[in-house]
Design a protein around this ligand. Structure first.
Ligand SMILES: Nc1ncnc2c1ncn2[C@@H]1O[C@H](COP(=O)(O)OP(=O)(O)O)[C@@H](O)[C@H]1O
Ligand SMILES: [Mg+2]
Length: 374
């Protein structure tokens, strides 16, 4: 069985990339997963992708049985993330990780929030600001947080993102509009604990019971907003980073179950697959608000997801194998019915191909007859 681990290689793509550190890290994850999987009959290779054409060329060359898709962007544009599973679906190559729709929704935070609201999953009320004039009609109570509507990994989030006055709101919004050239998401700031719920497994199947973590904000946050800013997440030497470790969640078992249920509802509402992490904040009203759904969360051996798995007794190698099994099961059906051997199917059954599902079986030679008619 050949597993190809795809990752984006675009950290040096832009002269000034506000998300460079986040982009650089993914390569290390790909190497760690390849080392964990490349044993026995399983061969794992790492395929870096900078631009769309790279993906097609790499797949044509390597014919993997399964792709583990770690790509978070293409050509340093986060919107490229969703293009990868879309192309894999069209090519009929099974992959681990969420489909294009989930990645698209998770990246367009305001659209994800609309789906969550529609499903009754709690998330802070919000407004989308496309130009400064939109602020005139904004009717939300302070404090608020202003973030780019289409980024990830805390890109564009710092202490100034949390605002309590009209002047601060204008400044933070202008910063997002000009620096990131995308709408700003303005939402209610939830001042309570920040809790992460890792999810592993397919809908309808038994999901792994992974422990929840919470961020412990230390003295560096005295008198400042307790948020995981870009610096806190990526600049290891900063006081913010050192003072915001993820620690085991201290809530009682019943509360943790409640949070897990909210997180699972959010994960399923956005049609995420296989694995991911849902981030929640607890409000003063006791409600658990979804602030971020991460279908493509960090799978580095030292990062939160793998650490949570380790606490549940799942080693990094076992986690890597589990990711493969979950994706194979979803793509090919139960393991005993999966075809094996040198000619093992590289195409997911039609019913499992997201794009073609529900359109019935392809007529034999359909694509050939269309080609000859042209
Ligand atoms: N509504 C909110 N209330 C309180 N803190 C928030 C809120 N939204 C974001 N944050 C803080 O900002 C961080 C980054 O925001 P998030 O929405 O997770 O963006 P990203 O997708 O870039 O990770 C969060 O981890 C949290 O600490
Ligand atoms: Mg986040």
């Amino acid at each position: 069985m050949h597993i190809a681990i795809l990752h984006n290689l675009d950290a040096d793509y832009l002269e000034e990339d506000p998300g460079r550190e986040a982009r650089e890290d993914v390569k290390k994850v790909a190497v760690a997963l390849a080392n964990a999987l490349d044993r026995g009959t399983m061969r794992a290779s790492v395929l870096p992708v900078s631009e769309p054409a790279d993906l097609l060329a790499a797949l044509e060359h390597s014919h993997p049985d399964l792709v583990i898709n770690l790509c978070e962007s293409l050509a340093a544009d986060s919107r490229g993330e969703m293009a990868i599973p879309l192309m894999l679906d069209l090519l009929g190559v099974p992959y681990s990780g969420s489909p294009a729709l989930a990645l698209c929704l998770a990246l367009h935070k305001h659209k994800a929030k609309e789906v969550l609201f529609a499903r009754g999953v709690p998330t802070p009320t919000f407004a989308v600001v496309e130009r400064m004039d939109d602020l005139a009609g904004l009717d939300l109570p302070f404090p608020l947080i202003v973030k780019p509507s289409r980024e990830d990994a805390s890109v564009g989030v710092d202490f100034d993102s949390v605002v309590s006055t009209r002047a601060q709101l204008e400044r933070a919004t202008r910063a997002v509009l000009t620096r990131f050239r995308q709408p700003a998401l303005v939402e209610r700031y939830i001042d309570g604990p920040e809790i992460y719920v890792p999810l592993l497994g397919n809908r309808g199947a038994v999901r792994a019971h992974l422990p929840l973590t919470e961020i412990r904000f230390g003295p560096a946050f005295a008198g400042r907003p307790r948020i995981v800013s870009y610096r806190a997440k990526w600049e290891a030497d900063s006081a913010e980073c050192k003072d915001s470790p993820a620690v085991p969640c201290t809530l009682g078992a019943r509360d943790q179950e409640r949070l897990r249920a909210v997180a699972t509802a959010a994960f399923d509402a956005l049609e995420c697959q296989d694995y991911g992490r849902v981030d929640l904040r607890l409000g003063a009203d006791g409600a658990a608000y979804v602030i971020d759904v991460n279908p493509n969360c960090d799978l580095h051996p030292e990062a939160g997801f793998a650490r949570a798995a380790a606490e549940a007794g799942i080693t990094y190698r076992a986690l890597a194998v589990r990711l493969v099994e979950i994706a194979l099961e979803r793509s090919y059906g139960n393991t005993p019915t999966r075809r094996t051997g040198p000619a093992a199917a590289r195409r997911a059954a039609v019913a499992n191909r997201n794009l073609l599902a529900g359109r019935g079986h392809l007529r034999a030679g359909a694509h050939r007859s269309r080609a000859s008619a042209e």
